[in-house]
Every structure is written in C-alpha cells, then in structure tokens.
Design a protein around this ligand. Structure first.
Ligand code: PMV
Length: 332
C-alpha cells in the first residue's frame, strides 16, 4: 500500500513521579507492577518531527542530532506498533531533540516517547484518543504514558494481560494547583544503569521488592486525596516517603543500585533545613542524581537560592507545571 508522504511535529514535556513506578509486571508489554502519580513540567521540552517516506528502506532516526543504532532499533519497534494500526510498512525520518540533558534522570524517555506517539499518530492520520496514545506511549517507556497529559496525572497498573487497562488519566489540571518544581542538576553524564535494567535487577534480586510493590496503593490513595484537596503537607509526606522507599529497594538490589552522588545528599539536607524553617518544599529523586524540589509557588525563589548554594550543584532549573503532549505543526 502506498502512503502519501505525511509529516507532523509534536512537543511533550517530562513528568516527575511523586508516587514512584519501579518494577514491571510484564516486560514485553512494559506493564507496571503498581500505579504511579506524577506532575508534568513546563520548562523542559522534547520536540519531535516525523516524516513518513515511501522511498526509505529503513527508518532514519536522529536523536539530538545523532544517529544511534541501538536507539534506532528501539524506536523502529515502537513505530511498528503504529504502522500495524495504519496497515502500512512505510519507513520514517525522525528528528527528536531535547532542550535539557538526556538520560540523566530528567525523564527524557517520558517526553521523548510521548512526543513521538503524538507526532506519529498525527502524521499517519490515525486519530487515536488520549487513552490509546497513553497505552502506546507506555510501550516505549512506562513514564511516557503519563506525559500525554498535563498537570497532575495518575497511571493505573491495570490487571489485564494485554495491558489495555494500563494507561494514565488526568487528575487535576496544572492551573488548578500551580506548584513549582526546582530541579538541581548535580551531574550531566548519562546514568550507567538504565531504568529498565535497574527495575529488572531489583525485581530479580531485592529481598524487599514485594513489600515495595505492596506499599504503593496506600501511597497512591494518600497522594490522590492530597491533590484533590490541595493539601501540600500531605503530598510532601507521601512524595518523600515514596521516593525514599523506591531508593531503598534500589539500594537493596544485588548489586545495589546507587543513583545518588554527594550533591544529591547535600540537596536533601538543604531541603530538610528549609522545611525546618517553614518553607513549603519537598524533594523527589528518580533513577539519577538530580534532585527535584516541589514547592509552593511563593516559596520557589527561596528554594532556588538555597539549592544554588549546595556544593556540587551545577545548575538550578525552575519550572512550573505544564501541558500534555501536543502537535505543534502538521502537514499533509
Ligand atoms: O518508564 P521509565 O523507564 O522512564 O522509568 C521511570 C522510573 C522512575 O523515573 C524512576 C520513576 C517514575 O515513576 O517516573
């Protein structure tokens, strides 16, 4: 079947989980073992251009201006999910770029796969709804299912083997509770153990893995209630507990996964000090050394200032909460 050459450009922002996802119930379909809850940011962006081209014999994929064979295979398999739905085999040119460090615990895979899902859907004229797009984005990366939406988002683990009930839904829009996030960059290198490999190692080897997964539903219920009632103290308590529990189970894998550096710990101590002084702030950290300080809007300037002073912090990026993935340019 011949497809007209079609292209689209989409943008998506990373999200930061406040109730963390760490562990899969199915590797092939990328199904999470537990739910999660996140906020989508507005200051960091992935922009992805897709162009389907009948003259291509293989997908031509450039990420941040570079061609990488491993990433191309992974993205090619992701594109196949959409090609199967469209009933085509046409290959595509893809150019995707981030305006922030890639693969360093800033959720570049979340914004990357969300932007790609939206761009490909549009370029192929599939018109999938947000639920289907979230399910497809999840196949690329579990956290990408959440970046389809803006504001506060909940991801369901689902129970079905086919994963059709494992998708994200919006909980509360960004404008309804405009919290700020201050990201302290403590290293710019790519992490040495990917989330996928780290989750697998944790599930296979940590004596605490089952306890970690069993504890997530209570954190989800508490965080969901805190978001609905805009209860910052409660969200702070649950968010820090979920983050520390995830890092505890990572540390207990064999060999242990240590994503932090000295400046990560320095930031945690700085945030604890701010809390003692009455600042509305709490920390969360993903599979990398960066620290994300979630704060009340009026307290963000104080948090930026304090984190700038922590030894080893290379940069501090303030962000508000932002919108979901969207098409920014389309052409037929
Ligand atoms: O889906 P991935 O591979 O981006 O893994 C996400 C894992 C964490 O960022 C550590 C937690 C989360 O829920 O985003």
């Amino acid at each position: 079947m011949t497809t007209p050459i079609r292209h689209a450009t989409a943008t998506a922002q990373p999200n930061i989980a406040l109730v963390k996802y760490w562990g899969k119930r199915d590797d092939a379909l990328n199904l999470p073992a537990a739910g999660s809850l996140s906020i989508t940011l507005d200051a960091l962006h992935t922009r992805t251009h897709v162009r389907f081209d009948d003259t291509l014999t293989a997908d031509d994929i450039a990420l941040n201006g570079r061609h990488d064979a491993t990433q191309s295979r992974k993205l090619g398999a992701f594109l196949d999910l959409f090609r199967a739905r469209a009933g085509i085999t046409t290959r595509a040119h893809i150019e995707s770029g981030n305006d922030f460090p890639t693969g360093a615990g800033l959720a570049s895979s979340a914004s990357g796969f969300a932007a790609l899902a939206i761009a490909v859907d549009h370029a192929l004229g599939l018109n999938l709804d947000q639920r289907e797009l979230s399910i497809l984005a999840r196949r690329g990366s579990g956290s990408a299912a959440r970046s389809i939406f803006g504001g506060f988002v909940e991801m369901a683990a689902g129970t079905r083997d086919d994963g059709e009930d494992a998708f994200a839904t919006p909980l509360l829009e960004a404008a309804a509770w405009p919290l700020e996030v201050v990201i302290a960059i403590t290293a710019r290198e790519k992490k040495t153990v990917s989330s996928r490999a780290g989750m697998d190692r944790t599930r296979q080897t940590s004596p605490y893995y089952r306890d970690w997964i069993a504890a997530v539903p209570a954190d989800l219920a508490a965080a969901r209630a805190a978001v609905r009632s805009r209860d910052f103290e409660s969200l702070a308590r649950t968010g820090e507990a979920s983050c520390l529990a995830m890092h505890a189970v990572m540390l207990s894998a064999r060999p242990g996964l240590i994503y932090w550096n000295a400046a990560t710990v320095g930031c945690i101590q700085c945030i604890r000090e701010l809390q003692r002084g009455g600042t509305g702030v709490f920390f969360t950290i993903d599979a990398g050394p960066q620290v994300k300080a979630v704060c009340l809007p009026d307290h963000a300037a104080r948090v930026v200032e304090a984190l700038r002073g922590v030894a080893g912090v290379e940069d501090v990026l303030p962000s508000g909460l932002g919108a979901g993935a969207r098409v920014v340019e389309a052409d037929a």
